[in-house]
Each structure stands twice: as C-alpha cells, then as structure tokens.
Write a protein that binds this ligand. Structure first.
Ligand code: B12
Ligand code: SF4
Length: 248
C-alpha cells in the first residue's frame, strides 16, 4: 500500500513558481511506517495513472479553482481500486461535493497536520469515516514541510508558513472562514529553521512567507530583511499580489 499526494491541475508547465506547501506538509504528516509518499504536482506534470495500484491511498488537495480536475483524478484513482481522500480549502467548505462528484471515500475538513495519520490508519484497516474534522491546530502543531522530498530546481520559491487565521473578514476571502479569525502563530525559531531547511539544496530561488499584518489591515504589508531572502508579510490571502517581485 502506497500513499500518493496529488496537487491537481489541468495544465502542466514543467516548472512552477511557488511550491504547493500542503503536499510537503502532508508528506511530513504521513507516518514513517508507510514510506515516503509519492508526490505529484500536476502544475509540473500530469499524474501517471499506472502508478496507482489497488489498495493505495490517494490524497488530493483542492481549492475551488482546481476542484474539477481534482475530482477527475479522484474518480480515476477510485476506478483503479485506490482509497480516495480529499482535503484543502474547497473540500473544507464543501465536503459533500467530493463524495458526490469526486469518488471520495473520505473528506478531511480543516488542517491535515494531525488528522492525516488517523485517516491513513483507518483506511488501512478498511474503516474510513465519511468526513473527518482536522480542526484548527495550534501554531506549535504546524508541521514543517518535508523539503527533502521537493524536486530540485523545479520551483522558483519555497514557501514557509508563519500563521494561519485572520482577524479580518473581507467579503471576497475564504481564509477567515476556513482558517478562523484567531491567528495561530508559529514560533519564530521554528520558522527560521524551516527557512534554512528549504534553502538552496532544493535549488529554490528564494523564499516567500505569509502572515497576517495585524496592524496594517487588509492588503497591508510589512517587509523584513532576512538575509539572503526577503521575508514578506502581508494578509494571508494574497501575499504574492503585493510581494512576489520584491523577492529578487
Ligand atoms: C501561497 C498561495 C498561492 C501561491 C502558491 C499556490 C500553490 N502552488 O500552492 C500562488 C501565488 C501561486 C497562488 C495562486 C492562486 N491562488 Co492562492 N493562495 C496561497 C495561500 C496564501 C497559501 C496556500 C498554502 O500553501 N497554505 C499552506 C498549506 C499548508 O495550507 P492548506 O493548503 O490550507 O493545507 C492544509 C489544509 O487545507 C489541509 N489540506 C490541504 N490539502 C489537503 C489534502 C488532503 C488529502 C488532506 C487530508 C488535507 C489537506 O492540510 C494542510 C495542512 O494543515 C492561500 C491562502 C491561505 N492562507 O491559505 C491562497 C489561496 C489558496 N489562493 C486562492 C486563489 C483564488 C488562487 C488563484 C486561483 C488566484 C488566481 N485568480 O489566479 C491561484 C491558483 C493557482 C493554482 N493553479 O493553484 C484562494 C483559494 C480560494 C478558494 N476558495 O479556493 C486562497 C484561499 C486565498 C483567498 N482566500 O483568496 N496561491
Ligand atoms: S485581510 Fe487578507 S486574509 Fe484577512 S480576511 Fe482580508 S483578504 Fe482574507
């Protein structure tokens, strides 16, 4: 039984801008006894269906924009005899959709850091729940990503998370609904350690972090120099919109 993690995308470019962090966080949450998960980021290349075997577990992370492709992948994996699990922002907001349209065996709402190991254990003994609530774990429970599994020189930036949740409630934004309005902050030394781990061994060109700017308000921006990278803090929904070009 092998664990697969799939970031769905209709189009693949061979190279990506920012690492889909959830892939490497869920990899860290995968118990060592199952081996390293097989990671497919379809923004780089499409999944190879033949890699999925009967009895494998396929975790698919979806936001609204890639949900339909995610559900195609899920139906394909289920047809091949795999256990199919959905998580991510869209699955958290609409957990039934993945059951109705995506061939889900289980859907995880909320954070995957802690609950993923239980989901795997339940599936391994054939007793999956229909919906799991991963909740909103505390800052100390955020797992550092498995940067050692990231492919070399395929992404421009690594991504390290400093906080989840936002006290604002902008009407267009889903962050405060999914991550809550109470900021859950990681300790700075843990963040710095992960920045070091995400560094040049993977060939990434720089680092981006995101955090709520508690004082500046929506779209507010605070920038701190963290040699040799810029660590940019903005609202948790849209760091790139205000900061990407500041990286170099
Ligand atoms: C970094 C980021 C980007 C980056 C990197 C994207 C990438 N490749 O990953 C860039 C700038 C490229 C980007 C682009 C876009 N983004 Co964006 N982005 C984010 C941001 C700020 C952080 C995402 C992240 O990595 N979080 C850290 C990880 C660890 O958290 P997570 O993904 O929530 O995963 C946790 C749980 O959800 C769960 N989980 C996730 N997947 C799975 C899977 C399984 C099986 C399980 C069990 C659990 C699980 O476990 C994880 C750990 O707890 C979020 C806002 C936010 N704060 O979440 C917006 C956000 C995801 N983006 C958003 C949007 C709209 C977009 C774009 C569509 C914008 C556009 N119009 O082009 C594009 C889509 C690009 C694409 N094709 O994917 C929206 C999505 C809204 C929605 N309802 O779906 C968000 C929520 C911002 C917002 N509120 O507006 N984005
Ligand atoms: S400040 Fe940013 S993260 Fe917070 S609700 Fe507004 S857009 Fe979303």
């Amino acid at each position: 039984m092998r664990i697969h993690l799939v970031n769905p995308s209709d189009t693949s470019f061979g190279i990506g801008v920012i690492t889909p962090r959830w892939l490497y966080v869920l990899a860290a949450a995968t118990p060592a006894g199952y081996g390293d998960p097989f990671i497919t980021d379809e923004t780089l290349e499409q999944i190879q269906p033949e890699l999925i075997q009967r009895g494998d577990i396929v975790g698919i992370g979806i936001h609204t924009g890639n949900a339909l492709r995610g559900m195609q992948v899920g139906r394909m994996a289920r047809e091949r005899g795999a256990w199919v699990v959905y998580g991510g922002i869209h699955a958290s907001l609409y957990p039934e959709e993945a059951h109705e349209l995506g061939g889900a065996h289980a859907v995880v709402k909320g954070d995957g850091d802690v609950v993923w190991a239980k989901v795997i254990a339940d599936l391994a003994r054939g007793a999956a729940q229909r919906i799991y609530d991963g909740g909103r774990v505390s800052g100390e429970q955020f797992l550092p990503a498995r940067w050692d599994l990231a492919p070399r020189a395929r992404y421009m930036w690594a991504s390290v998370q400093t906080v989840r949740g936002c006290p604002k409630h902008c009407s267009f934004c889903s962050v405060w609904r999914t991550d809550g309005q109470k900021p859950r902050q990681r300790a700075s030394d843990v963040v710095i350690e992960e920045i070091v781990q995400s560094d040049t061994p993977r060939g990434a060109g720089g680092l981006m972090s995101w955090a709520v700017s508690k004082t500046a308000g929506p779209r507010g921006l605070g920038v701190a120099r963290c040699a040799p990278y810029w660590v940019v803090q903005s609202c948790p929904a849209a760091p790139s919109a205000v900061s990407c070009w500041r990286m170099y």
